[in-house]
Design a binder for this molecule. Structure first.
Ligand SMILES: Cc1ncc(COP(=O)(O)O)c(C=O)c1O
Length: 210
């Protein structure tokens, strides 16, 4: 394991195969974050004063390493994008749904759908703002709704696009498995909301970084 942030940067820039480099970069990213967390604790959370990032609690170095990793792997467009980190992508799924859940008239929870077979997010649906709406192919309401697009899909690994049955559909792209160890990376994903997670990138589920 890399020991310092400087070593981590050297590994990322060397010409090791992209798969290995991607894993190392991710581990380095966590290591760098740990170093910063220690520094931050010692300086009484001064990072909270950093205003450069949309995600106010994220250190600039972590944001840059996340961008480096995606640029290296080529699985997402990151330039000009806001990076937000959460407690695993499970938390970010909830955050995205919360952000998109627009008030309906008359007031009711917005439906969240996904094409079958789908990764079950029913556990995240304990909210008055959104509710599980089942198979995206079967959605036939006129109201606005959210479609979760998981690609590669869990459980079948299929590369997917949205079903998009209606124009008033908002999309959340769950790209947890869009890493070279699961599928060919044919082009950088370029969606409005894209979710990734270290738990699938490197198998470090315990890191809870999404
Ligand atoms: C498709 C998909 N998205 C999101 C998650 C959640 O990932 P995390 O462990 O980062 O919360 C999983 C976990 O199995 C998953 O399979």
């Amino acid at each position: 394991m890399v020991g310092t942030e400087a070593e981590a940067a050297v590994v990322i820039e060397s010409s090791v195969p992209s798969l290995v480099a991607a894993s190392v970069a991710a581990v380095a990213m966590v290591a760098a974050a740990e170093v910063e967390v220690i520094k931050t604790t010692q300086s009484k959370l001064t990072n909270l004063e950093i205003q450069t990032s949309f995600c106010w609690y994220m250190l600039p170095k972590l944001e840059q390493e996340i961008k480096n990793l995606h640029n290296l792997v080529g699985n997402a467009v990151v330039e000009g994008r806001h990076i937000v980190v959460g407690n695993g992508s499970s938390q970010l799924i909830q955050a995205a749904l919360y952000a998109l859940a627009e008030p309906l008239d008359p007031p009711s929870p917005i439906s969240v759908v996904s094409a079958t077979p789908f990764y079950s997010i029913a556990d995240y649906m304990r909210s008055g703002l959104f509710k599980w709406g089942g198979d995206a192919h079967a959605y036939n309401d006129y109201k606005a709704y959210i479609e979760m697009v998981t690609s590669p899909n869990n459980p079948d690994g299929e590369l997917r696009g949205p079903v998009l049955k209606r124009a008033n559909c908002m999309l959340v792209h769950d790209l947890a498995y869009y890493w070279p160890q699961y599928t060919a990376i044919t082009k950088p994903a370029d969606q409005n909301i894209m979710l990734f997670t270290i738990s699938k990138c490197t198998g470090h589920a315990g890191s809870r970084i999404g």
